[in-house]
Write a protein that binds this ligand. Sequence first.
Ligand SMILES: NC(=O)c1ccc[n+]([C@@H]2O[C@H](COP(=O)([O-])OP(=O)(O)OC[C@H]3O[C@@H](n4cnc5c(N)ncnc54)[C@H](O)[C@@H]3O)[C@@H](O)[C@H]2O)c1
Length: 330
Amino acid sequence: MRFGIVGCGVIGALHARLVASLEGKARLVAVADTDLGRAEALAATHGCDAVGDLDALYARDDIDAVVICLPSGLHADAAVPALRAGKHVVIEKPIDITLAAADRIIEAERESGRTVTVISQRRFEPSFRLVKAAIEAGELGRLTSGAAEVTLWRPQSYYDSGGWRGTWALDGGGALMNQGVHVVDLMLALLGPAEEVSAYTGLLAHEGIEVEDTAIAAVRFAGGALGRVFATTAAHGGASVRVSVFGDQGHAVVENEVISSFKVGDDDRISGGSPARLGAESHLAQLADFVDAVAEGRAPEVTSADGRAALALVLAVYESARAGTPVKPG
Ligand SMILES: NC(=O)c1ccc[n+]([C@@H]2O[C@H](COP(=O)([O-])OP(=O)(O)OC[C@H]3O[C@@H](n4cnc5c(N)ncnc54)[C@H](O)[C@@H]3O)[C@@H](O)[C@H]2O)c1
């Protein structure tokens, strides 16, 4: 699959490296950024073309797929013309920052017959796969509750490092939309669709940003389980990403991509140790799944509908915190 990268910032550079490393499956043809200097610098590293105009990238017939690595509020504006130009599309998380934008992507995907995946690389971590397989086999019994937690510290300099960070218009939210959407997606993949959310948000340790740096929500899932979502970038020294799921016959806790507790009945599933974490290789695994999905004519492991569901839950948290009432995700 011949790839173009759209957006040559922090994550665009990672995707360029990963695509280039998928030898035999993928090839990096060109990178694009409205800041042509950035595109040229990245292109020089990989010996590919640099483009300053996205339409020029989409018009090329030597590109089969693009990876959208732009500020979050620009994802649909970039993905829809790419799909209309016949490209398959990988979109960095979140899918976009409004449900209307997510729906535009899903509609363009349907009309074009091309494939879209939304990055949620932690789904490809071996620890998560083990837990998900146990749930699908019914080993945890009836799922009763779960928690998704991201407790991080982002210094003020992080928010100051890009004009789009911490804005409603382009980041679309703070700790939950940007950092927390990963674990929201994992929680939904394990516990199923969310039915209702009650939430509080706060801006407690940063200045000059519009969005929350702390969000806490209670969630009721369609299957009856209850859950908790907790995302903060205001936890100094914090560096924990944790997803837990509890059932009436077992439970699992995954912390920083390693299983810290996993019991099925009396069986301690981690007595032999947790599988090692993949780190950046989990991004690579998702790109490989995308390439294989297109080749095999199947859906990718993370679909546009999955990206929309995670976004809908994040937006419901914001709406509930604003309105002071429970909200059903759209
Ligand atoms: N999956 C992950 O773990 C992960 C990690 C970091 C970022 N992300 C996501 O990746 C996206 C980008 O984040 P980042 O940290 O790389 O941002 P960044 O600011 O480092 O890079 C964004 C790039 O987009 C370019 N750009 C802006 N507007 C453009 C336009 N209209 N056309 C073309 N180029 C344009 C900028 O010049 C910049 O090079 C965000 O959606 C973010 O949520 C995901």
